[in-house]
Design a protein around this ligand. Structure first.
Ligand SMILES: NC(=O)c1ccc[n+]([C@@H]2O[C@H](COP(=O)([O-])OP(=O)(O)OC[C@H]3O[C@@H](n4cnc5c(N)ncnc54)[C@H](OP(=O)(O)O)[C@@H]3O)[C@@H](O)[C@H]2O)c1
Length: 235
């Protein structure tokens, strides 16, 4: 079994590749330069882990093109890296993943969908934490190491076709995490976090921060624990 990780050169793809390596399962990470010849690059792959680049302007088109290439190359199975709560119309990039999930489910391929919460590693807890949303809102945070291990489980083990798993390592607020790390946490305006982004990316990120500010983004813990074969959390 050869496993391809599409969009595999970022932190997500590296975590998946490391999770597979831990289990002795080699993988091939493909990036932007591979797209013009994706079908050729996928030869001999039986499974693909599909990651869209962060804030892609048209994730459904990206997913559709990848699925076409999988079918043409004879890749029989896809694991799609979605997001927790994809159907959240206030967040355009989440909605793009909701449409992506629908395309994957109707692809004719065997599929599994992972819905990760915000990565714990997004926060630098070695210094005061400044985020553009209320620090007491609660999230399901996902450790990238756990993501890699859960992804490896569904890629390597049988029995995950047709499954959709939300993934979080723990539920907490940013204030909780900061207090544990012994640093302060503060809500700031979102402008400072958006250097180098274009207008569309700023608008989409602002929409996400506004959603976080109002609701946080809670994610259940049990699917991940089950995939990692840990006992369920205490009530
Ligand atoms: N951050 C979080 O907390 C979080 C939580 C849940 C879900 N997610 C999702 O995780 C996904 C991946 O995030 P990431 O930060 O690891 O990835 P990333 O660094 O944004 O992108 C990774 C890959 O995408 C490729 N890429 C970039 N632009 C492309 C294009 N126009 N066409 C084709 N490929 C392109 C890159 O190619 P090169 O190798 O050539 O650079 C790289 O291999 C996103 O969809 C995000 O929504 C993130």
């Amino acid at each position: 079994m050869r496993i391809a990780i599409i969009g595999g050169h970022g932190k997500t793809g590296q975590a998946v590749s490391a999770g597979l390596a831990e289990r002795g399962a080699p993988s091939t990470s493909l990036g932007r330069a591979d797209w013009p010849h994706l079908v050729t690059a996928l030869q001999d792959c039986t499974v693909a882990y599909l990651i869209a680049p962060n804030l892609h302007p048209d994730e459904p088109a990206y997913v559709r093109a990848a699925l076409d290439a999988f079918r043409e190359a004879g890749v029989g199975r896809v694991v799609y890296h979605s997001v927790a709560s994809p159907y959240a119309p206030d967040m355009p990039h989440h909605l793009g993943k909701a449409v992506g999930e629908d395309l994957v489910r109707r692809s004719g391929l065997r599929w599994t969908i992972l819905q990760p919460g915000a990565y714990l590693q997004n926060l630098d807890l070695s210094r005061p934490v400044r985020v553009p949303y209320r620090v007491d809102r609660r999230f399901g945070f996902l450790d990238l190491v756990d993501l890699g291990r859960a992804a490896a489980t569904v890629l390597v083990e049988p029995g995950h076709a047709g499954a959709t798993y939300e993934l979080a390592t723990r539920q907490a607020s940013v204030a909780d995490l900061a207090a544990e790390a012994g640093v302060t946490a503060e809500r700031v305006p979102d402008g400072g976090t958006m250097d180098g982004l274009d207008d569309r990316e700023r608008t989409w990120l602002s929409a996400m921060f506004a959603y976080y500010d109002r609701y946080g983004l809670l994610v259940g813990l049990r699917p991940l624990r089950s995939l990692l074969a840990d006992p369920p959390p205490a009530p």
